[in-house]
Write a protein that binds this ligand. Structure first.
Ligand code: 21W
Length: 235
């Protein structure tokens, strides 16, 4: 997969794309990241990328010319059209199922805004999937774009090892993760549950399922309602 990122702050991505799983995915040749600065597509001598909103109001709006030129120029840099994603607070909520859908694309183009938003004609000019990562106010689309990249790239076949392969994730059955422990057996008086060191794999599996269900019911009733399995306890 080829991922193009259009942003006013390409340097923000270096640390995230240059470490751990995202870096390894690129080293394995499974993905390539291409960072582009929208400011490089300005035509005026002041390299202006934003301006005051018509009609008045607070903040600045991303001006259409450099964004159009960046999208069109970057698209021509590759050999196939890109699925375009606009990071915006008005977008549809980004979920695991959005990540799964995007992970099947050959080419993604993520367009990040800063300031108060995009001139509306940017939306009119392209076929975007508009995505928000949640209902809180951030300073721009850069962090959301990194969230999207992380969630998508780890789903590309071959990026993760067999052990942490996506099919094994408890999110798949709509439940939260069961509690996990490692050494030592006892830490500051807190003990690892006996069942986990019993070697009885059936009991371990049953305990984990119960814990995952109980945790989800207590912490995420919204997920629990949708998860398969009984919704009430006997008596
Ligand atoms: C925050 C842009 C608030 C615009 C009209 C007049 C991308 C984001 C962002 C930002 C506003 C995402 C207004 C979750 C986010 C992002 C910057 C609102 C007010 N409208 N997901 N004045 N949260 N945020 N502008 O903030 O670009 S995805």
């Amino acid at each position: 997969m080829r991922i193009d990122v259009l942003t006013l702050f390409p340097e923000m991505f270096q640390a995230v794309l240059g470490q751990s799983m995202l870096r390894l995915a690129q080293e394995k040749g499974l993905v390539s990241y291409h960072l582009w600065n929208i400011r490089d597509y300005t035509l005026d001598k002041h390299k202006k990328v934003d301006d005051r909103p018509y009609g008045g109001g607070p903040g600045m709006v991303m001006t259409p010319e450099p964004v159009f030129r960046a999208i069109e120029g970057v698209e021509r840099d590759g050999s196939e059209p890109a699925r375009k994603v606009l990071l915006t607070p008005q977008g549809e909520r980004f979920t695991q199922s959005t990540a799964e859908a995007l992970s099947r694309e050959n080419r993604l183009m993520l367009v990040c805004g800063h300031y108060e938003g995009f001139d509306e004609r940017i939306r009119q000019g392209f076929d975007f999937l508009e995505v928000s990562i949640g209902d809180y106010i951030l300073s721009g689309g850069e962090v959301p774009a990194m969230v999207v990249i992380d969630a998508v790239v780890r789903l590309i076949p071959g990026v993760l090892g067999d052990q942490d392969s996506p099919e094994f994730e408890s999110f798949k059955d709509g439940l939260l993760e069961y509690p996990q422990y490692t050494k030592p057996r006892e830490f500051r008086g807190l003990k690892v549950p006996d069942v986990l060191v019993s070697g009885h794999h059936e009991n371990i599996q049953q305990w984990r399922e119960e814990q995952a269900r109980e945790r989800t019911r207590a912490k995420r009733p919204d997920l629990f309602k949708k998860a398969p399995g009984p919704k009430t306890v006997s008596q």
